[in-house]
Ligand binder design. Structure first.
Ligand SMILES: NC(=O)c1ccc[n+]([C@@H]2O[C@H](COP(=O)([O-])OP(=O)(O)OC[C@H]3O[C@@H](n4cnc5c(N)ncnc54)[C@H](O)[C@@H]3O)[C@@H](O)[C@H]2O)c1
Length: 352
């Protein structure tokens, strides 16, 4: 080991899975602690950088950084969202990598597959919300969308609300529903799962918990289908008619100030003058701290929308990194052997 060697560890998705990082409870704790740290001023949280390559399809790569000052770790999620991928190429929509650095020398400590962390974060935030906002004896969950976020959300909701025993799912193509049932059935054998052959109403009507996680940009979910007492976790962009939010007793966001400048249904409503600050019950952090109540009555309809806060991704990545290290997973990556001008043969390598 030379004095100026820099090493970091590389963790593949399989390393993380093998170490037990698909753990929604761990992610919920990490996200809740991160929210507390943010409130205490211990988190640097710059604006995310967005590069959109196709306005119509919204194919994009985003860069989401955050720093935990107490833990002395800075991280960034580099995430691609390519909605046409599944239908066009048969590959996933979202993919991500994460870099973690220490902030004593500023050197990288981990380079990780990030799709797992990102999808677990979406689920964990939904689960934290469900813990405060869903009926705790909920039995039925209905999905519009059967993709990667929907699958993770099912595991997350079952973690937050263990009484769930029925799941109905509607996707654009019945084949996607079949795949959802095939993949999720063995993981959650005590939930009876049904595909509705793209009948959205059949998936949602009467459900205690509703999840929309689609790549559509259309008002798919109708207000009439949402029964009194239902909790709705909105994951995608524009996927419900305005009347859904309007009829809800409470609307909760991960961060309303961030949500209102984006492109989801609530953001559209705000821009169209159909929703004001006064219509928002609060941010999830206020329910976590007890500043505002969560669910107060069995018949409340409650709407939750998380836009994604990069510090929760980085916090979950830190928790995953720790667990994967403890499990002895990962590979050493040598970033440099020595500093540039220390290389004895630099004269042979330099191009003048
Ligand atoms: N809120 C967040 O923090 C967050 C984070 C990651 C992804 N997302 C968003 O979640 C959404 C889903 O992502 P994914 O990774 O699961 O994508 P995916 O491509 O794996 O799944 C998309 C699903 O949408 C369904 N769908 C599309 N059009 C439909 C229609 N007209 N009717 C019914 N179903 C339809 C498809 O059938 C598919 O099952 C995307 O919009 C993505 O941008 C949100």
């Amino acid at each position: 080991m030379t004095p100026h060697e820099i090493h970091c560890q590389y963790f593949s998705q399989e390393d993380l899975l093998g170490a037990g990082c698909l753990d929604i409870r761990m992610a919920m704790d990490a996200a809740a602690d991160a929210i507390k740290a943010y409130e205490a001023g211990d988190v640097l949280f710059p604006e995310k950088i967005v590069q959109i390559f196709n306005d119509e399809t919204q194919e994009r790569i985003n860069c989401l950084p955050a720093t935990f000052k107490q833990e002395k770790i800075c991280g960034v999620k580099w995430v691609s969202v390519f909605p046409p991928n599944p239908s066009r190429y048969g590959v996933q929509n979202l993919s991500a990598v994460i870099i973690l650095s220490e902030i004593e020398h500023g050197f990288p400590i981990a380079f990780m597959e990030g799709t797992l962390c990102s999808n677990v974060r979406v689920g964990a935030m939904g689960a934290l919300a469900a813990r405060h906002l869903a009926k705790q004896d909920a039995e039925t969950i209905g999905f519009i969308g059967a993709g990667e976020q929907a699958k993770m959300h099912l595991i997350a909701m079952k973690t937050a609300v263990p009484s769930l025993t029925q799941c109905r799912v509607a996707a654009k193509e019945p084949a996607e529903e079949e795949l959802f049932l095939k993949e999720m059935g063995p993981i959650l054998p005590d939930i009876e799962m049904t595909g509705t052959r793209s009948n959205l109403q059949a998936a949602i009507k009467g459900a205690d918990i509703i999840v929309t996680a689609t790549s559509a940009q259309a008002p798919l979910l109708k207000a009439d289908w949402m029964k009194a007492g239902a909790f709705y976790s909105h994951v995608g962009g524009w996927e419900d008619e305005y009347a859904v939010a309007k009829q809800c007793d409470k609307i909760v966001c991960d961060d309303w100030e961030t949500v209102k400048h984006r492109t989801q249904t609530l953001s559209r409503m705000y821009k169209d003058g159909e929703l004001t600050d006064a219509d928002i019950h609060g941010n999830l952090s206020e329910m976590l701290s007890g500043k505002k109540p969560g669910r107060e009555r069995d018949d409340e309809r409650i709407y939750f929308n998380a836009v994604g806060l990069s510090y929760t991704d980085v916090a979950i990545a830190i928790a995953m990194h720790r667990r994967a290290q403890e499990a002895g997973m990962g590979q050493d990556l040598k970033i440099q052997h020595e500093m540039i001008f220390e290389h004895a043969h630099l004269r042979d390598w330099v191009r003048l």
